[in-house]
Design a protein around this ligand. Structure first.
Ligand SMILES: NC(=O)C1=CN([C@@H]2O[C@H](COP(=O)(O)OP(=O)(O)OC[C@H]3O[C@@H](n4cnc5c(N)ncnc54)[C@H](O)[C@@H]3O)[C@@H](O)[C@H]2O)[C@@H](O)CC1
Ligand SMILES: Nc1ncnc2c1ncn2[C@@H]1O[C@H](COP(=O)(O)OP(=O)(O)O)[C@@H](O)[C@H]1O
Length: 307
């Protein structure tokens, strides 16, 4: 296959445009509410990290709708999170979860959010749901973003019902190929499953189903530590909730967020994550929770005139 055309380099101004800055007319609901289904008895920390990241990126409210085991940790750390169900502008599913049952409650909740036109983000244990989404070809459905690392994308591509000829059969060889060709691998998945794909790693790229590719500048390799991907999912999902809040204010129901807008939020989220990593690391080791806390001053810095 041919290499998709790269877009121009990503800039601070591009990231700034993805941040929904509150105005005097806003309240917490108008700013956007993010639903989060992350964490599990096995990985409760991932729930804390994704919620922390979303709140520090800036969102009107987080509804934490994940496991009751993880909810206790989330609320102990962040009483700002609300566990009551209700309206949301975006839904994040999968960080810190073992393989999500396609017929279970989490998958059903995700599918009904999409059917209602709400954008969705799939991470970690929920990535495989992208292969069976009932709304993949429904124009009024919310668009889906998936955020795999090379190993997770290798599993998706090698286990696909209809094989991909370009992809080596063994998951290890496929992973190595994806690390060398993240844009091509992301394009295969995006075109096959009608989702926007963010391939994370040393070279993060975002691909839309119609083949637009965004490449992020390289981030610090101190990011290669447990929990930073859970933070990334929370950052991006918060920006998606803000984008959906703006879209619904401007256009109402019936015209869901476009994949271009979803990809823009994903790239801006990855950029904020990389800038916050610089701040949290300062040239040394960084911890995922400190990365999440560094997001608020990073957003402020990006919004400064002339940044
Ligand atoms: N604090 C938390 O709660 C965290 C939760 N996490 C969650 O953990 C789940 C699994 O994520 P992963 O990225 O680990 O999943 P992966 O499936 O990418 O990683 C597991 C793979 O790594 C291999 N592996 C494990 N230990 C290894 C070692 N010491 N040396 C070499 N290979 C090794 C395993 O054999 C397996 O193939 C996700 O749901 C994720 O969200 C992670 O984000 C880490 C932090
Ligand atoms: N070598 C690296 N250089 C720069 N960024 C990296 C590197 N390795 C990982 N990252 C980033 O760190 C994060 C790791 O995510 P992930 O693998 O899902 O970790 P976890 O599952 O522990 O949360 C991603 O944002 C990824 O882009």
């Amino acid at each position: 296959m041919s290499t998709p055309p790269p877009l121009p380099d990503w800039t601070i101004a591009d990231t700034r445009r993805a941040i929904r800055v509150p105005t005097a007319r806003d309240d917490k609901y108008r700013r956007g509410v993010l639903g989060i289904r992350t964490g599990s008895a096995l990985y409760p920390g991932a729930a804390v990290l994704s919620v922390e990241a979303a709140l520090h990126t800036g969102v009107g409210m987080v509804r934490y709708l994940g496991s009751s085991e993880a909810a206790g940790y989330v609320l102990a750390r962040r009483p700002e999170a609300v566990t009551a169900p209700g309206r949301i502008q975006a839904l994040l599913l999968g960080s810190g979860m073992a393989s999500v049952d396609p017929d279970g409650e989490d998958a059903r909740a995700f599918a009904s959010a999409l059917a209602a036109g709400i954008p969705g983000v799939l991470d970690a244990g929920a990535l495989h749901l992208v292969t069976t989404l009932p709304t993949a070809n429904v124009p009024s459905a919310g668009p889906v973003l998936i955020t795999p690392h090379a190993g997770e994308l290798a599993r998706l591509l090698t286990e696909a019902h209809e094989p991909f000829p370009a992809i080596p059969e063994s998951p290890d060889a496929a992973r190595a190929w994806i690390e060398d060709h993240p844009a091509q691998a992301g394009t295969l998945a995006a075109e096959r499953w009608g989702a926007t794909v963010l391939v994370k790693g040393a070279h993060t790229v975002i691909v839309t189903p119609h083949g637009a590719v965004t490449r992020l500048p390289p981030a610090t390799a101190w990011l290669a530590t447990a929990g930073t991907g859970d933070v990334l999912a929370g950052v991006i999902a918060a920006l998606v909730a803000g984008a959906e809040a703006t879209r619904s204010e401007d256009s109402g129901r019936g015209t869901p967020l476009t994949h271009d807008a979803l990809a823009h939020a994903a790239a801006a989220g990855a950029h904020l994550h990389a800038l916050a990593a610089e701040r949290a690391s300062a040239g040394g080791p960084l911890l995922a929770l400190d990365l999440a806390r560094a997001l608020a001053p990073t957003v402020a810095r990006v919004l400064e005139p002339g940044a």
